[in-house]
Design a protein. Structure first.
Length: 307
């Protein structure tokens, strides 16, 4: 007996009202039903192109107001943690900025110095730390009575004021260069007495005179007379050359100043070049018990006429 013919509706029709049929034999119909009811083999997750998303995940995305893409999403790389600057880097930047600022201040504004001897007592004593203004000479002119620091360009020192080991110099010299350690190894400090063209003279037992005016000098060491030097009272007269100044220590009996280096040249050898002057000492900053300003004693020199 032949198989009966079964008719199934044909879906691909241009007219929705038209229903076409396809003839199937009984055996074909059974195979079709068996194939439809056969359970599908599970897909290998590794080869699947999509994966299901749970209802809970969809609901979470919907609550956030974001559209949900159904399917397997590429794994997003973990965001790199923000790198915080290390402590050493921050410390290096701070130290670098401090060194640059210190060097700029030392070069253009102020610089610390230490007092190597007692030639300026009692105004300054050995070991004092002073601040020196680099604006004088420069924007501000030198004045009689200023306490000035100057480099030993005339070779007054037989040897540096201090001798350090090579190891100590490795530490101290860089600090001096950037202005974090007071200088004074090859510098001197004295009081400016005569400007270029001034006539400065002394007579035994008398007062120091500048351009014919006798000076009352309150800063001179108490037991010294104004004209005392290491060898005692003496008479001398000099004229300060152009571009140079005449300097003397306040401790007149213990100061190898312009007088000790003039050698009777009338001021040519004992005076120092203005270009050698580093600046004007303005204040004592250490020790704290001696902290004080350094005046120029303008009242001492205010009656001195220009040469």
């Amino acid at each position: 007996m032949s198989d009966r013919q079964f008719r199934l509706p044909r879906k691909n029709s241009d007219d929705p009202r038209e229903v076409r049929t396809v003839g199937l034999s009984r055996s074909e119909y059974r195979r079709l039903v068996a194939d439809t009811q056969r359970p599908q083999e599970p897909q290998d997750p590794s080869s699947a192109s999509t994966e299901s998303i749970s209802t809970e995940q969809i609901e979470q995305v919907r609550r956030k107001g974001q559209p949900q893409q159904v399917g397997k999403l590429p794994a997003r790389p973990d965001p790199e943690p923000r790198r915080r600057p290390s402590f050493l880097r921050e410390l290096g930047v701070v130290v670098g900025v401090a060194l640059v600022l210190s060097m700029l201040v030392k070069t253009f504004l102020v610089q610390p110095f230490w007092i190597p001897s007692g030639s300026m007592e009692n105004t300054l004593v050995q070991g004092d730390r002073v601040i020196v203004s680099k604006l004088t000479p420069g924007p501000f002119d030198l004045k009689r009575g200023d306490v000035v620091v100057f480099a030993d360009d005339e070779h007054w020192l037989d040897q540096p004021n201090v001798e350090r080991s090579s190891v100590a110099n490795i530490i101290v010299k860089p600090l001096q260069f950037v202005g974090l350690y007071p200088e004074g190894d090859d510098h001197l400090i004295k009081r400016l007495i005569g400007l270029p063209g001034d006539r400065v003279s002394c007579k035994a037992g008398g007062k120091l005179t500048v351009n014919g005016v006798a000076l009352d000098e309150p800063y001179v060491y108490p037991v010294d007379s104004p004209c005392t030097d290491a060898s005692g009272e003496e008479n001398w007269h000099i004229v300060v050359p152009e571009g140079r100044v005449w300097v003397m220590g306040d401790h007149r009996g213990d100061s190898a100043d312009s007088r000790a280096h003039d050698a009777g040249s009338g001021g040519k050898q004992g005076s120092i070049p203005i270009d050698s002057i580093t600046g004007r000492a303005v204040a004592i900053v250490w020790p704290l018990t001696r902290m004080d300003g350094l005046g120029s004693y303008s009242s001492t020199f205010d009656k001195v006429p220009n040469p």
